[in-house]
Design a protein around this ligand. Structure first.
Ligand code: ADP
Ligand code: ADP
Length: 234
């Protein structure tokens, strides 16, 4: 199944009468269960692309379909509903609420869905196991490490089972060990739970976890690398 289809995407920024084309006829298709990386030099349009896919900014022209829905046709209310149901976000700053425990932070998207409590608990425990944070569920964000915060943020992004996880430099603020742990966890949810992930990164190590890496340059797809059948060297 096609999860995401972007066609002829253009984005032009206008500043003081100057036009700058950040995306130039970009095409992108993502299928269910893929773990796709987006790489490219600084200024190549990665963040712009992610913002368009996250429905927080609009393209100048082109089409974006996510699980069959043309997102340009949705009004603000429909968009926020769509975002909540279909998309999960993992950004560099974790955006966790310090007044809540790790468990409550993860529960938040389910509570908004008014899911029953025992089902919520089951969901949270399952995703916490996957991400290796079961033992810190009762702690507060200020009591845990950066790596644990990022895995908590990932759990929160995934707990409601959105169609697509959008990750923007998720390892950017992490040390090498924490980054590896996070990437191993993402790989696990991708492979075992078939969670579809699109990750923007400029870290080659992070990109090595993706099964397909799209390189963009000057707002266009430059080349694409699909991993062969061989296993990654540990
Ligand atoms: P990347 O994430 O790959 O570094 P961006 O998508 O942030 O690239 O930026 C792509 C290009 O668009 C850059 O040249 C950047 O300066 C420009 N750009 C980004 N946002 C704006 C904006 N709001 N106004 C004008 N230019 C912008
Ligand atoms: P239940 O929620 O009814 O207890 P399970 O947790 O066993 O069901 O999962 C049901 C299905 O959902 C399984 O096929 C599992 O792989 C898949 N799944 C589990 N976690 C996720 C997730 N985070 N995102 C998407 N699918 C998931």
């Amino acid at each position: 199944e096609t999860i995401l289809e972007a066609k002829h995407l253009k984005k032009v920024y206008y500043n003081n009468g100057n036009a700058f084309q950040a995306l130039d006829d970009l095409e992108l298709t993502i299928h269910e269960g893929e773990f796709v990386g987006i790489m490219g030099p600084s200024g190549s349009g990665k963040t712009t692309l992610l913002h368009l896919l996250a429905t927080i900014d609009e393209p100048t022209s082109g089409e974006i379909k996510i699980v069959g829905t043309d997102i340009m046709q949705l009004n603000e209310d429909q968009l926020s509903n769509f975002r909540r149901k279909q998309l999960g976000f993992v950004f560099q700053d974790y955006n966790l609420l310090d007044t809540l425990t790790v468990k409550e932070n993860i529960l938040l998207p389910l509570a908004l869905e008014k899911m029953n409590v025992s089902k919520m608990e089951h969901r949270v425990e399952k995703i916490a196991d996957r991400l290796g944070i079961r033992s810190i569920l009762e702690k507060h964000p200020y009591q845990i490490s950066g790596g644990q915060k990022q895995r908590t943020a990932a759990a929160r992004a995934m707990v409601a089972r959105p169609s697509l996880i959008l990750a923007d430099e998720p390892t950017g603020a992490l040390d090498s060990k924490s980054a590896t742990d996070l990437l191993e966890s993402l790989k696990e949810v991708n492979e075992l739970d078939k969670v579809t992930i699109l990750m923007v990164t400029h870290d080659a190590f992070a990109a090595s976890y993706c099964k397909r890496v799209i390189f963009i340059k000057d707002g266009r797809t430059f080349t694409e690398l699909v991993k062969g059948g061989q296993s990654r060297k540990e």
